[in-house]
Design a protein around this ligand. Sequence first.
Ligand code: SF4
Length: 248
Amino acid sequence: MPEKIHLKIKRQDGPDKPGYWEEFVIPYRPRLNVIACLMDIQKNPVNAAGKKTTPVVWECNCLEEVCGACTMVINGKARQACTALIDKLEQPIILEPLSKFPVIRDLMVDRKAMFEHLKRVRAWIDIDGTYNIGPGPRISEKVREWAYELSRCMTCGCCMEACPQVNPRSGFIGPTAIAQVRRFNAHPTGAGEREARLEALMGPGGIAECGNAQNCEKACPKGLPLIKSLAELHQETTLHGVFGWLKR
Ligand code: SF4
């Protein structure tokens, strides 16, 4: 059993500041997660050289792998800090911010781009009134099963981190938003916006920029069926591009 926990953290004092590494050693306690270690450092911000430093900045919220806010790169893999247990990690534990989003400070990044992509593809169901209109249309059990899987997306960004097409040169919207098009188009009310969603995927940075690397599904902590969603939407957008004008 180790007596200490050794962390090596990639830090950055602000969006336009240079990155640097700082190491911390804290007392071992069993069953800690990465968030608990960061909280220990926050309470006593002294680095491994014994020098007083600034507390490390990170983001977290639910602490049960539902919100995605604490996503960071831990020992080279993008994952949630809340479910990263120290007893299962090799030391030194290396913490870095996600590389596909702008750093705000230290381990905290700005994931706004993903939410903008969800807006672009209209990843919601329009309501047709604020009054009680009774139960909505029924969904078959078969569709509900896979649509539920897609609804578990927490917009964490692990799939974006793993995707080589998501980079500063491409503008590719990535698997997160594309998978949500499949989910909302399958909903009986959401299907009213099906064509608008497909067209949003057909523009610059859309599905045509997917390189079929297939890293995304392996990286997704919720096991979303991303590869199948991408394949189906490749087909649907192609058919919509060829025959969509007939409906107008
Ligand atoms: Fe995270 Fe998976 Fe959603 Fe990508 S699809 S944002 S990896 S939960």
